[in-house]
Design a protein around this ligand. Structure first.
Ligand SMILES: N[C@@H](CCC(=O)N[C@@H](CS)C(=O)NCC(=O)O)C(=O)O
Length: 225
């Protein structure tokens, strides 16, 4: 497989796609990017991800891999230099736990904010902030205490999974006119995000904030109409 062509099927605004792009950029691996129109999916996407029919899909030679976190682990196992997951089995389990938390608890709790209004929305904001406080506490006293990134001195899988989606949170905050992740309540998390933002590879893959805000406006409008 060494030297086999590598193609990524993606969509510019998808943070799941940004996760895979960031992993590839961190590894310094070259790939061909193919933009999908999700309202008119290509036969290649349907062929390579027949179950979910979603991006991202990574095609390595003729082998397709779907689901962003599975793709990131594949990339880390295939291109071993500059590891994205820790070597120690317990530490691997810990970051996987937190990635699972981000995808299955934290992100869905942000989604509730977007779908609610009035008092319901205030409760949803509190709930999301309580969830985020778990990560703030881990940075202060727990597994990630004293670290620049969740991965230590360099960006790891939890940074990728948390960080790429956070641009969507920021765009949603802009559109809703609400500050939900404030520096005062989440000082360590905010400073982690600043370090993440400064990374060259992050700048390479995250679309401009204004473009994302315009896109999110459209998505939220569709949700409410
Ligand atoms: N769990 C998947 C989620 C991927 C996903 O939701 N992709 C969206 C774009 S952000 C998609 O392709 N949607 C097309 C559809 O639902 O038909 C992952 O982690 O890769």
């Amino acid at each position: 497989m060494e030297g086999a062509p590598l193609k990524l099927y993606g969509m510019w605004s998808s943070f799941y796609v940004h996760r895979v792009q960031l992993a590839l950029h961190l590894k310094g691996v070259e790939y061909e990017y193919i933009e999908e129109d999700l309202s008119n999916k290509s036969p290649a996407l349907l062929l390579h991800n027949p179950v979910h029919k979603k991006v991202p899909v990574l095609l390595h030679g003729d082998r397709p891999i779907a689901e962003s976190s599975i793709i990131i682990e594949y990339i880390d196992e295939f291109w071993k230099a500059k590891p994205i997951l820790p070597a120690d089995p317990y530490e691997r389990a810990v970051v996987r736990f937190w990635c699972h938390f981000v995808d299955n608890t934290l992100r869905p709790s942000f989604g509730v904010i977007l779908r609610s209004s009035g008092e319901g929305q205030a409760t949803a904001v509190d709930n999301f902030r309580q969830n985020l406080m778990f990560l703030e506490t881990e940075l202060r006293d727990g597994s990630f205490k004293g670290r620049k990134f969740f991965g230590g001195e360099r960006i790891g899988i939890l940074d990728i999974v948390m960080g790429c989606g956070l641009y969507w949170n920021s765009a949603c905050e802009d559109v809703l006119g609400m500050k939900i992740i404030d520096q005062e309540s989440f000082p360590l998390f905010t400073s982690w995000f600043e370090s993440f933002n400064e990374a060259k590879e992050v700048k390479e893959v995250i679309p401009p904030a204004e473009k994302l805000v315009e896109y999110v406006k459209g998505v939220l409008q569709k949700m409410f109409n």
